[in-house]
Design a protein around this ligand. Sequence first.
Ligand SMILES: Cc1ncc(COP(=O)(O)O)c(C=O)c1O
Length: 411
Amino acid sequence: MADQPLLNTYGRLPIIFDHGQGPWLFDIEGRRYFDTFSGIAVSGLGHSHPAVTKAIQVQSEKLLHCSNLFHTAIQHKLAQELCSYSGMDGVFLANSGAEANEAAIKLARLYGHGRGIDAPAIVVMERSFHGRTLATLTATGNRKVHAGFEPLVSGFIRVPFNDIGALEAVASSNRNVVAVLLEPVLGEGGLILADEQWLRDVRKLCDQQHWLMMLDEVQTGNGRSGQLFAYQHFGILPDIVTTAKGLGNGFPIGACLARGKAAHLFKPGHHGSTFGGNALACAAALAVLDTLHSEHLMQRARDLGTRIVAQLEKAFSGVDYVKAIRGLGLMIGIEMTSECPELVPLAKTQGLLLNVTSERVIRLLPALTLTDAEADFMVERVVRIIKLYAGDDRQRPRTPPPPEGRRGTSH
Ligand SMILES: Cc1ncc(COP(=O)(O)O)c(C=O)c1O
């Protein structure tokens, strides 16, 4: 199907989806595909989760929207829950990850101006991804994302990820820095985990320099890492944390959470969003937070992540085409030794939706609600496809039947 009349922003696979259930997506002909990356870390509870569906249904009969010139109880409830789970003091509700990051960038600039810095600068990381608006694409550490959109926004300084020396060098040479923005796991940048010590050192440096420590948890947040927010693994508290993606399980919502001095910077007129904090989005997010906690899905993400990584390590031990396997919770990367874009269409022919990022990292971001049987099925298929692709089918395991209980024709 041609993209027309959609503008040509995505290289889409030729599948037309109709509906989803758990980890499965069904096309208009009834064929089903196993979704290994949850719509890029969005459908963490699986597709059509009944708690989210119900919350949206109930809220849609009460109120969709009333503008941010008034209060709604549901918006306050969501803000309160997000603060109590995160240790933050206040929330700006937006509609996407990029918007949540825009709010963080604006907070950092306001903070700088409040300290008498006329041209505040934010330190950002190589290989990062923060969104597609002009400020967030500038913050992004990927030339391909910048190309064609110059002039970029001023006020960003880039350093290598996991390198405290580079940050200290910036601290000693630049008086305009007001904040550091980083992802605890580089998602688009190839599933690279921040070192725990580095994160602690960044926190310490931010305290010493009076910089804001800002974490982009758009992808790592909402249980995916095995904690509600990834920083909760590391015993640090940022000043600002942004999130989106899994927060609405598919309903668009983003949030910029702030603590301490950062929570008191915005005044009426500084920032806003017509749809931010929309009642339907809040209902979806409350259902997600409730389900993550009541079904112990953070623990489940940790357990499943450990199990999946162990299975992958076993399956690929000693092979020369897999360079590394790494993960945090249910963010798992299989780094190949060479670029592997053809894996995606190959996986499609086997009924598997696969994502390759940074040219050679297969990124698994499955639903946190997978059963053991579904997780085993996913691993078996992923291993089989990678071996097939690498021409290594010496010890191809027997295919287990797909897990029962979801409608549709399987491949
Ligand atoms: C870490 C991170 N930040 C920001 C974004 C942008 O989010 P959105 O596409 O919702 O604007 C993404 C999207 O992939 C992301 O992974």
